[in-house]
Design a protein around this ligand. Structure first.
Ligand code: ADP
Length: 152
């Protein structure tokens, strides 16, 4: 079997050690994971798309099962184009659960794509890209939340 393709969608602005933990823990479950940067017109990004992709490619350069792409439009449509039947999402809190549940149900009703949730490890459950961005923008040191490959 070589067909368990999963998409791990997100903004990854920037990718944190919390994201990396989820992706690494999902690795034994799937044959291939595509870390996919969705484009959201309403969002203002701190790191441009090329930079965010470069960080991810560097982090996983020795892992042939992981690749990185970007897409526009519905995540489930992207899944179709890459033949992925699974989405991977991380859950940090009950707030994440409520939000993710809505999206997963929606995706279920418009596609065959199944969402697989992994619970965040406690040591990472307070980390979010938005907090990291806030620290960076205000001149603080966010390195403890970031892999070495995220350089700026
Ligand atoms: P989005 O813009 O869709 O919120 P993010 O890049 O912020 O994208 O997050 C992508 C996924 O990673 C989401 O499923 C989110 O819950 C998960 N995630 C983010 N931070 C963490 C963390 N610290 N631990 C576990 N999962 C996380």
């Amino acid at each position: 079997m070589n067909n368990r393709i999963a998409v791990c969608p997100g903004s990854f602005d920037p990718i944190t050690i919390g994201h990396i933990d989820i992706i690494n823990r999902a690795l034994p479950i799937f044959d291939k994971i595509i870390v996919a940067l969705g484009y959201n017109q309403q969002k203002k990004y701190l790191f441009d798309k090329e930079k965010r992709i470069e960080f991810i490619n560097n982090i996983f350069k020795n892992e042939p099962k992981i690749s990185c792409s970007s897409y526009k439009g519905l995540t489930v449509n992207f899944c179709k184009t890459v033949n992925a039947k699974y989405l991977i999402r991380g859950l940090r809190s009950s707030a994440d659960f409520e939000y993710e549940k809505g999206i997963a149900l929606l995706n279920q009703s418009i596609s065959e794509v199944e969402t697989v949730f992994l619970i965040s490890r406690p040591q990472y459950s307070h980390i979010s890209s938005s907090i990291v961005r806030e620290i960076i923008i205000n001149g603080g040191d966010a390195r403890q939340f970031l892999p070495n490959e995220v350089q700026f």
